[in-house]
Write a protein that binds this ligand. Structure first.
Ligand SMILES: Cc1ncc(COP(=O)(O)O)c(C=O)c1O
Length: 391
């Protein structure tokens, strides 16, 4: 018997692998790794200790499918007090990560052939997850020359009578940009006019720099009822390995995600949910430290890029990524990444992985190393012989 024959109809799924983005790739200690979007610092020991103590006390059983009551209560408090929302526990579904949250949301929402708008460059799992759930990803490109803001005419041109939802990630992985207030207001206006759902991927709220603060599109006037908020502890409180996220949305939609989840993982890990409970207590403390650390790192990267003869980028206003323009090197992104890894031991992801050939002159860097290392990595990159003409 051949499994390939038996599963032929699923072969299309083989192209959906996002393994390159996981921590399970070979780690060479001599490589300056800007590839993986996983902070190099440890989860705050107070969080780990609390989760371990709870486990030692016996909190190691199945949880409830929508999440631990105590965690949902904290999430409700967090959203009502800090984001000015008015939710209760029926609006919350705890999930095993934002990736899992997005999957449950799409599974609950999409009928075969429903279209979902994704802004490119995008977090690569979006299009895969839409496809896996029978939907059709419809790409609206954003451009370096527009500061990677969303152009209203380009968005409107892609909306059809099959469009059901828009996935909106702010600040954005991979561009490292917090969208302007005008862009968010425009998106809200269009969503209301066209009666579209907005799935807000709000997982980098700690990572906002400069004089603006994070404000979810779900907090814009009239938007709460059409938004599905996806959140995660992975980045905001440095807990990528714990795999805890959550959904905040309309209670009927949440009830549906709960039923789906019961049939997928039954319930998120209670051990990790205890960690998330402690993380919410410590949220301000952790996010202040993390924000200060990454602000320093990103300033250094920006300085290195602006000094470079070959690279350029837009100001970094959010996340911990930089979408670096490499056009002056005269190389395309994949070739550039292979060359930089081989000759300078600097690892990055090619821009085209985040939305196709439009981004062939970009690479994504995740700035998960200290300033000395950043300087060293850029010194190595700058010293390479590129075929293009320097600035
Ligand atoms: C935009 C975006 N959404 C979702 C995720 C997934 O987060 P989680 O670790 O909670 O699955 C990531 C991870 O890099 C991301 O960048």
């Amino acid at each position: 018997m051949s499994f390939m024959d038996k599963t032929k109809f699923k072969i299309e799924y083989q192209n959906l692998s996002a393994l390159e983005f996981s921590g399970e790739v070979e780690i060479d200690p001599d490589v300056f790794d800007f590839a993986i979007g996983d902070p190099d610092i440890f989860t705050d020991p107070r969080i780990t200790k609390y989760a371990m103590e709870k486990a030692l006390e016996g909190d190691t059983h199945y949880g409830t499918p929508s999440g631990k009551k105590e965690l949902k209560e904290r999430i409700v408090k967090f959203h009502n007090e800090r984001l000015g929302q008015n939710i209760n526990e029926m609006n919350v579904q705890v999930t095993s990560s934002a990736t899992h949250a997005m999957f449950l949301v799409l599974k609950a929402l999409l009928n075969h052939g429903d279209e979902v708008i994704c802004f490119a460059p995008y977090f690569a799992n979006y299009t895969s997850q839409v496809l896996l759930n029978g939907g059709v990803p419809v790409i609206v490109h954003t451009h370096y020359s527009d500061g990677f803001e969303i152009m209203e005419n380009e968005l409107r041109a892609k909306i059809s009578d099959k469009t059901k939802a828009i996935i909106f990630n702010n600040p954005c992985n991979p561009t490292g940009r917090l969208y302007s207030e005008e862009t968010i207001a425009m998106l809200a206006r269009v969503a209301k006019e066209k009666d579209l759902i907005v799935i807000c991927d709000d997982i980098y709220t700690t990572f906002v720099y400069g004089d603006r603060e994070f404000r979810s599109i779900s907090s814009y006037p009239g938007m709460f009822s059409r938004c599905i908020q996806v959140r995660s502890f992975s980045k905001d409180t440095i807990m990528t390995g714990w795999r805890i996220g959550y959904i905040v949305a309309d209670r009927e939609l949440v009830n549906l995600t709960k039923i789906i989840n019961e049939n997928v993982v039954y319930a998120p890990s209670v051990i990790c949910q205890n960690a998330a409970i402690r993380a919410l207590d410590l949220f301000d403390d952790i996010s202040m430290q993390v924000q200060a650390l990454y602000s320093k790192r990103l300033n250094k990267v920006y300085e290195c890029i602006k000094k470079s003869r070959y690279f350029d980028c837009l100001p970094i206003s959010g996340t911990f990524y930089v979408f670096m323009n490499i056009e002056k090197t005269g190389m395309e992104a994949t070739e550039f990444c292979e060359f930089a890894l081989k000759e300078a031991k600097v690892k990055m992801f090619a821009g085209n992985l985040f939305g196709g050939n439009e981004y062939n002159h970009f690479v994504r860097l995740a700035i998960n190393m200290d300033v000395e290392k950043i300087e060293e990595a850029f010194a190595r990159l700058e010293a390479l012989p590129y075929p293009g003409e320097a600035k």
